[in-house]
Design a protein around this ligand. Sequence first.
Ligand SMILES: [Zn+2]
Length: 259
Amino acid sequence: MSQGFERLTVDVLSDGEFRLDGGAMFGMVPRERWEQFCPPDERHRIRLATHGLLVRGPGFVLVLEPGIGGTVDRDAFALTKEPSLEASLSGFGVAPKDVTHVLYTHLHFDHAGGGDRFPGARHLVQDLEWRTAQRPSVLHSRSYREEDRLPEARVTLLSGETEPLPGVRVRPTGGHSAGHQVVILEDAALFWGDLFPTRHHLSPARVMAYDLDPLVVAERKAGLLRESAERGWLNYLYHELDPRPFRLDADRGRYSIAD
Ligand SMILES: [Zn+2]
């Protein structure tokens, strides 16, 4: 369902499902707990979505988070590509060549690998994230894949909190990766990237083993939960299987999802 925010029209895209190790997705949460709400398969993996956004505004067609690249090991990640991002876009009457901009919360393969499907677009990347992806640490060399490198000539680097397109604001958070950022649409919606990947990660303490700095994730998530609840923003989660955005209810410093 389309959402209209002042100058923007926002739709949820999908590049299909994939699976990651449930223990890695839930960090310190014991399996006894997480397997109740995310039952793992026989290889201990849980289902995850790739719900990027199509954001249409004055003079631009933006894909926020273009999904997984075509060269990953489909079996290892149980990648479905159903629907593919191209099919998902076509459902909204948009062809890859119509996309003018692609925006990334960060450059890990499950968010950025699909960027090469938009050869005519400008790719908007936070400067620190770009530099981190050029020389990944030993911990993250599997997340920043050589095959997913964006063509430098088509990349526009963003510096800190800024509004690269009318109504589309990025805010660096770090935490999950050095240059991770969230995206605020008008003063109406928040796309969380990997700071808040699924509904089951609502608590600030629910961090992932993949997070570079879990304490930063917990603190930035707590701050953004407060801001989102106060401002009545709609929240969009990339890895959540349920594509519907939601608002937050606040009760004495604790948050819940208002369906
Ligand atoms: Zn991710």
